[in-house]
Ligand binder design. Structure first.
Ligand code: PLP
Length: 382
């Protein structure tokens, strides 16, 4: 099979293999840097989506730091992103972790007034100038999939207006909300107004506001000008420093997963078994769910030869999807899955004893193998 692809030579890589492309990453980062420069807003990498720390020193040229969902991510950002800001938010902190977080974090966001009251003495005893914030739940979100909607009924993520106790704001310098997922700036605009309606009276007494992630800033049709207007409006109206913490937007479309066809077979249709797994290597394909693009392929029936692509695992549902190709697939053919830098490496697993893909970095100096996994990596988690 002929796959037209000129970023790197897919045939010399060992498979399966994640390849992150430096040029594509820099392209995204330049867009984010422009937003920072034009507004004075600070932008952090949300490591939950992308934590290939090999790239952190380069990312540090463009962004203000990292945000973390807990201790391990905070340590990674602290260790590899130079002297940049380290932020953390967790729905609830363990006290042993919290002690360590006070040694490395610049911002700590609490999910509730109760969490803040529990830990504020540890914050002051740290002797460090840590800025503390409360995560709000403005009960406004345009996300339709509950699993990704922090405002769905009964959500534990953030404090609602009903449960918000303004008397706990002493010592709090900022407010945080995160209610978006892969959305454009028109959603942010409506969200900001909804948040203002509920909590606006407290915005002006803050030093900073953090509007979380889910901003698809580097997507082709994203309205960056509107984002800039919103940031200007908020910063001027309330006299605050704004933060955004996108994950996806940093590495959107900047990585690939290269896989190989191991075998083909028939069962009422053509089937190809490949050496990458949805369950292990691209879990969002099953969880979200979504259908990743494969270079040179079409939808089922669109091109001459349609295959159901499945993994070499024992999970019946470990199916990536139905795809069509110009030529029949055969063992040894390479497939290139797109947009595989985000929510992939940081989310994969060794279910079924399936090996983890290599991690490669395609740089201006050529292809670098960053990591290769084997039996020891499988064994050490069990
Ligand atoms: C997930 C998350 C992010 C990043 O979200 P993306 O959709 O990857 O941009 C940022 N902040 C918080 C609090 C998050 O939970």
């Amino acid at each position: 099979m002929n796959t037209k692809f000129d970023l790197f030579d897919i045939n010399t890589l060992a498979t399966p293999c994640y390849v992150t492309d430096e040029g594509l990453l820099r392209k995204n980062l330049s867009v984010l840097k422009t937003v920072r420069e034009r507004t004075g807003c600070k932008i952090l990498l949300a490591q939950k989506a992308f934590s290939m720390y090999e790239t952190y020193p380069m990312i540090a040229e463009y962004l203000d730091g990292t945000t973390a969902s807990g201790l391990n991510e905070a340590l990674l950002g602290h260790e590899y992103m130079g002297n940049k800001e380290v932020h953390v938010y967790s729905p609830a902190y363990r006290s042993d972790d919290f002690q360590k977080l006070t040694q490395i974090c610049d911002h700590i966001v609490f999910n509730s007034c109760e969490q803040w009251k529990k830990y504020r003495d540890m914050v002051s005893k740290s002797g460090r100038n840590i800025k503390c914030g409360i995560r709000l739940n403005p009960k406004y979100s345009e996300i339709e999939t509950d699993i990704y909607n922090p405002c769905f009924t009964g959500s534990r993520l953030g404090t609602t207006r009903d449960n918000f106790d303004p008397s706990c704001l002493e010592g709090i310098s900022g407010l945080h909300f995160h209610t978006m997922c892969e959305q454009n700036s028109d959603t942010l605009e409506r969200t900001v107004h909804a948040a203002e309606e509920k909590f606006g009276e407290y915005f002006a007494q803050m030093e900073w506001l953090n509007f979380g992630g889910g901003h698809h800033i580097t997507r082709e049709d994203y309205d960056v000008e509107r984002l800039i207007r919103i940031i200007d409006y908020v910063q001027q109206k309330y006299g605050v420093q704004m933060y955004l913490e996108p994950g996806e937007a940093v590495a959107l479309n900047a990585g690939f997963l290269v896989a190989e066809v191991l075998d083909t077979m028939k069962n009422g249709m053509d089937i190809a078994i490949i050496d990458a797994s949805a369950a292990c290597h691209m879990p969002d394909v099953l969880e979200m769910p979504y259908r990743p693009n494969i270079i040179g392929s079409g939808k089922a029936g669109e091109k001459a030869y349609t295959y159901r692509l499945g993994a070499a695992t024992c999970l019946a549902g470990d199916i990536i999807g139905d795809y069509s190709f110009d030529e029949p697939l055969k063992a040894g053919d390479r497939l290139v899955f797109c947009d595989m830098a985000i929510y992939s490496m940081c989310k994969n697993n060794t279910f079924n004893g399936i090996n983890l893909p290599d991690i490669c970095y395609n740089t201006s100096e050529g292809m670098k193998l960053i990591k290769r996994f084997g039996y020891e990596d499988f064994k050490c988690r069990l």
